[in-house]
Design a protein. Structure first.
Length: 153
């Protein structure tokens, strides 16, 4: 079964569409940072024939969600910004919790620079990693994470 056929993929795609994050399926070349997925002008673009990790859809959607709305659709790719990266990780955890995606599907072993177990442990214990930015941008309330006030900045 391909990742595109995974039951979580359909739930993730429905969730993203429902909260207003555009998603497009198309054949992609080999030059994407993550396997078969990228962000282009505020849209999560993925190659359904090459997608290996459905959870990566949530992470890349997190980049769209936390990006500055004034430049979101102007960017050809995800910003190289450590704050946005941490916020996207926190956002993806909140989204996974909201739609019932297993943490291991989000923070899979072949991603996150070998920190998958650590991220699962940190977020399971209620760590604020990236959460202050979600609060600052009005996406979450202090002390309420992983509940979100709204999903897109």
């Amino acid at each position: 079964m391909s990742a595109y056929d995974h039951p979580a993929t359909a739930r993730i795609l429905t969730f993203l569409t429902d909260i207003g994050i555009p998603v497009a399926a198309e054949a992609l070349g080999q030059d994407t940072l993550l396997s078969a997925i990228t962000v282009r002008h505020g849209t999560v673009v993925f190659d359904p024939d090459r997608l290996t990790q459905p959870g990566d859809l949530l992470h890349e959607a997190g980049h769209v969600a936390v990006s500055d709305p004034a430049v979101r659709t102007a960017r050809a790719e995800v910003a190289d910004d450590a704050g946005e990266e941490m916020a996207a990780i926190a956002w993806s955890w909140a989204a996974a919790q909201a739609i019932g995606i297993e943490p291991r599907l989000l923070f899979h072993a072949d991603g996150y620079r070998g920190d998958s177990d650590w991220l699962i442990e940190v977020f399971s214990q209620g760590s604020p990693l990236g959460v202050p930015l979600l609060v600052f941008w009005g996406l979450a309330e202090p002390g309420c994470f992983p509940a979100m006030t709204r999903w897109v900045r």
